[in-house]
Ligand binder design. Structure first.
Ligand SMILES: *Cc1c(COP(=O)(O)O)cnc(C)c1O
Length: 380
């Protein structure tokens, strides 16, 4: 394909998310090692692969995983468009309008009621197709999923429909990262009963329950397949595991940009909207081309930081839609074009996603998935 001036991902925008492919692959290898060869791995790539770029990540991951999981039809279609051949599981509840698209693309879909199973089955008949189905069982999340006590009748119904191929049965853990393990253990036991029922009817059905927390802290939750999202990208949902192989897991995500402007300001001068920063002496201010319009949160105002040259410097004033200012102090220097790291490492210093999430009073998932399409993803 012809690339015109400035259309290369690396040069299109000074702000980029750089994914270290080798670290990401190592994370998947560590996960594979920790569960052994018999348990399948389903990689959730929903929400633009937790902000890492759904297409790039899925291509990197395909040789290492058995399934890819997306939230919705639209995400599944983007995987098809780049030629992904591994099975694609759509985790979300299905909307009637989307059923034909789900069937046509051979996605494996989530069914939580006899009503939806009938809709899919009828459409399959009309289209002369079959559809692979995973039944979602609710074991305590109360989001989607048929109540465990009603699961056998749904299992029987799906098995009785010729156009539906019952491939899997699954549930989702609500607090597998918590120190108190009692609720998760009860979810696992409820799921086990339903899984046993399903297996008694169809032996090769894939039973799956574990998210990252299940993988890290509940070996009894593995069943036939695991679905580790956040851990695959390098983050522990709870306490870090200090033993091999999971201690080999590391973040592969760096958010970096470049200084585009630099100026000195005097004592008492303010910076940015609503003047929430005031200089208490002569200081130097660098401007970065990133803001909440990229998904860099406004909550970082006066609190977040950037790594520039050998220093870690605080944000000066309100984060704008497209720009953010950094206080370099009275002796700080930066040149236009200098690299600024907002998440990740530079010269031995680090700003972690956990640190950013703490400032924003949220978790790593929300920070990572907030970065939007304006920022190109680059894979090294
Ligand atoms: C997002 C998701 C996962 C992955 O969760 P992590 O905590 O990121 O490991 C697994 N299963 C389902 C159903 C999900 O929606």
């Amino acid at each position: 394909m012809r690339q015109g001036h400035g259309t290369n991902k690396k040069t299109m925008h000074p702000t980029t998310i750089v994914i270290n492919s080798e670290i990401f692959r190592n994370n998947l290898r560590a996960i594979r090692q920790s569960v052994g060869g018999k348990v399948k791995i389903c990689l959730p790539v929903k929400a633009n692969a937790y902000g890492h770029g759904i297409e790039g990540i899925s291509k990197l991951a395909e040789p290492f995983v058995d399934f890819l999981a997306v939230a919705c039809l639209k995400e599944g279609v983007s995987l098809k468009s780049i030629g992904i051949e591994k099975p694609i599981l759509v985790l979300g509840a299905i909307d009637e309008e989307q059923i034909p698209g789900l069937i046509k693309n051979n996605f494996e879909i989530t069914i939580s009621s006899i009503y939806k199973a009938k809709l899919v089955s009828d459409l399959c008949h009309k289209m002369g197709m079959t559809c692979k189905v995973h039944i979602k069982v609710d074991t305590g999340m109360n989001r989607i999923g048929i109540k465990a006590k009603n699961a056998p009748s749904l299992i029987d119904f799906v098995l009785s429909e010729k156009s539906l191929d019952l491939t899997g049965i699954y549930s989702h853990l609500a607090e597998s990262e918590n120190d108190d393990k009692s609720f998760t253990l009860s979810q696992i036991e409820i799921f086990r009963k339903t899984a046993n029922y399903a297996k008694s009817k169809k032996a090769d059905i894939i039973c799956h329950l574990a998210n990252s927390g299940g993988l890290c802290y509940f070996p009894e939750s593995f069943f036939d397949m695991i679905r580790p999202g956040i851990l695959s990208y390098g983050y522990f949902p709870g306490e870090k595991i200090a033993t091999a192989p999971l201690n080999q897991i590391n973040p592969c995500f760096t958010l970096k940009t470049k200084v585009v402007y630099f100026k000195a300001i005097e004592k008492g001068e303010s910076v940015s909207y609503n003047r929430r920063y005031k200089a208490d002496g002569l200081t130097r201010i660098a401007t970065l081309p990133i803001g909440y319009g990229d998904g860099y949160r406004r909550a970082m105002t006066n609190k977040g930081s950037a790594l520039i040259r050998n220093g870690k410097y605080t944000i000066a004033g309100t984060v704008c839609m497209d720009m953010t200012m950094i206080d370099l102090g009275s002796n700080g220097t930066a040149y236009v074009g200098d690299e600024a790291v907002l998440i990740g490492k530079q010269n031995g210093k680090e700003i972690s996603v956990e640190e950013v999430a703490g400032i924003c009073d949220t978790n790593c998932y929300e920070i990572l998935s907030s970065f939007n399409e304006r920022i190109p993803r680059v894979y090294t």
